[in-house]
Ligand binder design. Structure first.
Ligand code: HEC
Length: 433
């Protein structure tokens, strides 16, 4: 080794050390450019394009559940940073200094797991990935788009933060009612399976050519379809359901397996010419990340439109949609100048392959004040479409305790699908009276 090499090597090492000290060596390092002061709920300070309020609410549905489950024994009270504090605002503010919104993979919260194997709950690479995804989702959840031009009385420029994607909102439902679905329209399949979208819901089947041949579980001539399901955590002992159509005798079975599990023969009762949810025998575990359900042809003419996995053994899916009602809540304190305890709430159901059904629009109010609300627009992916006009006409003063705003329901066409669509609401007038 030449002396020059050693000298430059030493300089590089010292520079690296200096970098570590300024970037990550200090648990209470000064805040980065993207992070502004946040003194708790209701303080309107921009954080990664959102407000303190939207950031707190997004945090509570993304990173917070992870720290509360996996880090609470130390970071719940005795060990700083208090990112698992029982007070979400304290946890939120503590973790702000440990996340990098522009590059989530570079967050201390991620690197601590990935690079320092610090109390991971699964493999450290997997835990780090889950944390990274949660931070990325936190950021995307805060991004609010308002396409209405400012000015004028019909200016709906009071806009809530966006929900997460419909698929993610569904996953946020508590462990007991956790649902994952996957529809035939997004499955990969091989012949003789075909995808038929001429009716709703679209389905996969081996066309019923009358030969009614059965196939072994490994026959390469049999049709095969793979349905992807992505879970945010390892979950065990769940029920797998299929939205299927089967006719007695020769058109009523598939082979099916989860990930690398055993392929089993799935005999389906006669569904009388309709699509029905039928449970697959056995219980199934899913992994954090991607899972694949493989459906193989056994008897041609048996149709499958959708799969659903839930940990809740008592849950029985209904309807032709993905089943399972989601309640979306949009905090309004920021729009009300810091008055806390007010939120807009709406229930969302999957209506069919093409649309959502919204019901039970409600203003929750525990602020102790009267809240006046006039005219509301649903926005899908940040923009308003006049076809979604049902909720437009509202003119109500809501007392403490809250009130239903509209008893009706609204069918909303999906725009880009459950995996992408996000909802928000815009108000013409929203004020404290
Ligand atoms: C058994 C106790 C314990 C648990 C559980 C624990 N930590 Fe820590 N953590 C510590 C201690 C002690 C420190 C301070 C020393 C250090 O930095 O390692 C710390 C510091 C940290 C820091 C700040 C220091 C830095 O390097 O930026 C972060 C971030 C962190 N932990 C993340 C986590 C996450 C995320 C979890 C949950 C997955 C977790 N910790 C679970 C004990 C724990």
């Amino acid at each position: 080794m030449t002396p020059g090499f050693i000298r430059w090597g030493l300089v590089g090492f010292l520079l690296g050390l200096a970098f570590m000290f300024t970037q990550c060596g200090k648990p209470f390092a000064t805040k980065g450019d993207l992070i502004y002061s946040v003194d708790g709920v209701g303080v309107v300070s921009p954080i990664a394009g959102g407000t303190a309020e939207s950031s707190l609410s997004a945090f509570q549905q993304t990173v917070y559940p992870l720290t509360r489950s996996h880090c609470v024994s130390c970071h719940g009270g005795s060990q700083t940073p208090l990112h698992a504090s029982s007070d979400p605002a304290v946890a939120h503010n503590a973790v702000l200094q440990k996340v990098n919104f522009t590059d989530p993979s570079n967050s201390r919260m991620v690197r601590k797991l990935r690079d320092e194997s610090h109390h991971c709950w699964t493999s450290c690479s997997q835990s780090a990935q889950i944390m990274q995804d949660a931070i990325a989702e936190w950021t995307s959840r805060m991004t609010t788009v308002n396409t209405d031009p400012p000015g004028g009385t019909n200016d709906y420029n009071l806009v809530t933060g966006q929900s997460q994607t419909v698929a993610q909102e569904r996953q946020l439902v508590t462990a007991g009612a956790f649902l994952m679905t996957s529809s035939a329209g997004t499955a990969m399949y091989s012949t003789p399976f075909v995808y038929n979208s001429t009716i709703s819901p679209g389905f996969i089947e081996a066309p019923n050519d009358g030969s009614n041949q059965t196939f072994s579980s490994t026959d390469p001539a049999a049709g095969q379809a793979t349905f992807a399901m992505s879970s945010m955590a390892n979950r065990t002992g769940g029920a797998l359901w299929g939205l299927v159509q089967a006719a007695a005798n020769n058109d009523d079975s598939f082979f099916i397996k989860m990930n690398n599990g055993n392929l089993i023969q799935w005999n389906i009762p006669d569904t009388n010419g309709k699509f029905q949810w039928v449970r697959v025998p056995n219980n199934y575990n899913v992994n954090a990340g991607n899972n694949v359900v493989t459906v193989r042809e056994r008897e041609d003419g048996t149709k499958i439109a959708m799969l659903l996995w839930t940990q809740d053994q008592n849950f029985v899916p209904t309807g032709a949609g993905t089943a399972g009602e989601i309640k979306l809540t949009f905090p309004l304190s920021t729009l009300l100048g810091g008055v806390s305890g007010v939120s807009l709430e709406v229930k969302l159901n999957d209506y069919d392959s093409y649309s959502y059904k919204l019901t039970s629009l409600r203003l929750n109010n525990t602020s102790g004040r009267m809240i006046y609300v006039k005219n509301i627009r649903l926005m899908l992916n940040g923009h308003y479409s006049p076809q979604n006009a049902n909720y437009t006409y509202v003119d109500q003063t809501v007392p403490n305790g809250g009130a239903n705003l509209n008893p009706g329901s609204m069918i909303v066409l999906k725009e880009k699908g459950e995996a992408v669509d996000k909802l928000s609401f815009a108000f013409e007038i929203l004020e404290v009276r």
